[in-house]
Design a protein around this ligand. Structure first.
Ligand code: S3P
Length: 443
């Protein structure tokens, strides 16, 4: 078990590119495996989560290789063309990998068994099985609708129009991916728009996907089934959810000025930047451009004095993975930060609401937690720090507390820090290169 200690940082300086976007990386590999011909992916995140997806696509018959220059190549099997795997598919820590894959497999009439690590085996899967049953897939799960799950895809997949009860890009994507094998149209209706990488990238591979907004704010996504997907080149943007850590650190450590290059700025992902600006953060976008249907920019961040804010509940889906690091930011700000509509945080890699409330309290931060809110009472001074936090197999909890330690009075220790490699391999080295002071504790 690795323990990382984060002590007071020097002013952060420099220009870095954080690893590739996790959401886009999973999708690029999966869609490449469902396309006919060659897909070349540059900037793929080589974290444990995405490597699990690469291994699963190989086990299902696609050819997936990494070139010496770091470009990944996929030769796909075509929509509906994957083969029955010879073994259990172990998706490690990744909810996105297992849930999207269940969607893909719902359109393939063979059995497959999926599992994951202790964190993933504790997460709810009924939200995925329910709509996929409507399409014709069958499931046997562990108690409470958890992994391990053995599923059999539909022989004659049926069209569905699924109205999602929660805001979840994973559920939306699973239904759309099953819909690839369905004759006719598959429709997903979202209560509020969630990240749309599936829609954008499916179009890039040649699928017909329509998006319409109802007057009441709901979004209707329609996919025309049985498309002929064609292999494509994909450039994966730097992950805004990983950029969030050096971004917040640069705001908090006095004298910092950092440039984060090639960051994906998709508006359905960029809610953290809006919130940090509301707090008084100095963030500027340069070289805004479009790469394969995804907006990208360089983000220049300078240290700033921050104030507490109310985060609008409607903004939650566009920054769902950034609440741990936002809570750290709020702990340094002057005034109260109120975050509402956070119930989905309880079913992430860990119960992130509980993990943040406990860890921040242990670091001397005044706060209030309810079922779906977190309120942080900042006084504009550096929090005490000085605690040891267990990541509980949650990479973002680990990184958030290491950022807290960069600007707290006493050092913060994070146990089970190896989980950071699921999304941000090389995190501590990159942060140290900018001026952080993170070191591995002797075991
Ligand atoms: C993701 C969707 C989100 C997010 C996760 C990645 C995706 O999950 O938290 O890290 O790539 O579709 P939910 O769909 O459960 O909100």
């Amino acid at each position: 078990m690795s323990v990382i200690i984060s002590e007071s940082a020097n002013p952060l300086r420099g220009t870095v590119r954080v690893p590739g976007d996790k959401s886009v990386s999973h999708r690029a590999l999966m869609f490449g495996a469902l396309a006919v011909g060659e897909t070349n992916i540059s900037g793929l995140l080589e974290g444990d989560d995405v490597l699990a997806t690469a291994a699963a696509m190989r086990a299902l018959g696609a050819q997936v290789t990494r070139g010496e220059d770091g470009t990944w190549q996929v030769f796909g099997c075509g929509v509906g063309g994957l083969a029955e795997p010879g073994n259990v598919l172990d998706m490690g820590n990744s909810g996105t990998a297992v849930r999207l894959l269940m969607g893909v497999l719902a359109g393939h009439a063979f059995p497959a068994t999926l599992t994951g690590d202790a964190s993933l085996r504790s997460r709810p899967m009924e939200r995925i099985m329910k709509p996929l049953r409507d399409i014709g897939a069958t499931f046997v799960s562990a108690e409470g609708g958890r992994l391990p799950i053995t599923m059999t895809g539909a022989v004659d997949p049926l069209p569905t129009a699924y109205e999602m009860p929660m805001a979840s890009a994973q559920v939306k994507s699973a239904v759309l991916l099953a819909g690839l094998s369905v004759p006719g149209e598959t429709v997903v209706i979202e209560p509020v728009p969630t990240r749309d990488h599936t829609e954008r990238l499916l179009r890039h591979f040649g699928a017909d996907v329509r998006v319409e907004d109802d007057p009441d704010g709901r979004r209707r996504v329609t996919l025309v089934g049985e498309p002929e997907l064609e292999g494509r080149n994909v450039v994966v943007p730097a992950d805004i959810s990983s950029a969030a850590f050096p971004m917040v650190a640069a705001l908090l450590v006095p004298g910092s000025a950092v440039t984060l290059t090639g960051v994906g700025t998709n508006p359905l992902r960029a809610g953290l930047m809006d919130t940090l600006r509301d707090m008084g953060g100095d963030l500027r976008l340069e070289n805004s451009r479009d790469e394969d249907g995804e907006p990208v920019a360089d983000v220049v961040v300078r240290a700033a004095k921050l104030r507490g804010v109310d985060v609008p509940a409607g903004r939650v889906p566009s920054m769902i993975d950034e609440f741990p690091v936002l809570a750290v930011c709020a702990a340094h700000a002057e005034g109260t930060t109120r975050m509402t509509g956070l119930s989905e945080l309880r079913v992430k890699e860990s119960d992130r609401l509980a993990a943040m409330a406990q860890g921040l309290s242990a670091c001397g931060v005044a706060l209030e937690e309810t079922e779906d809110t977190l309120t942080i009472f900042g006084d504009g001074k550096a929090p005490a720090g000085g605690a040891e936090i267990d990541s509980d197999l949650d990479h973002r909890i680990a990184m958030a507390f290491l950022v807290l330690g960069m600007a707290s009075r006493d050092a913060v220790r994070v146990a089970q820090a190896e989980t950071i490699a699921t999304s941000f391999p090389g995190f501590a080295d990159m942060m140290n290169g900018l001026g952080a002071n993170m070191s591995e504790a002797p075991s």
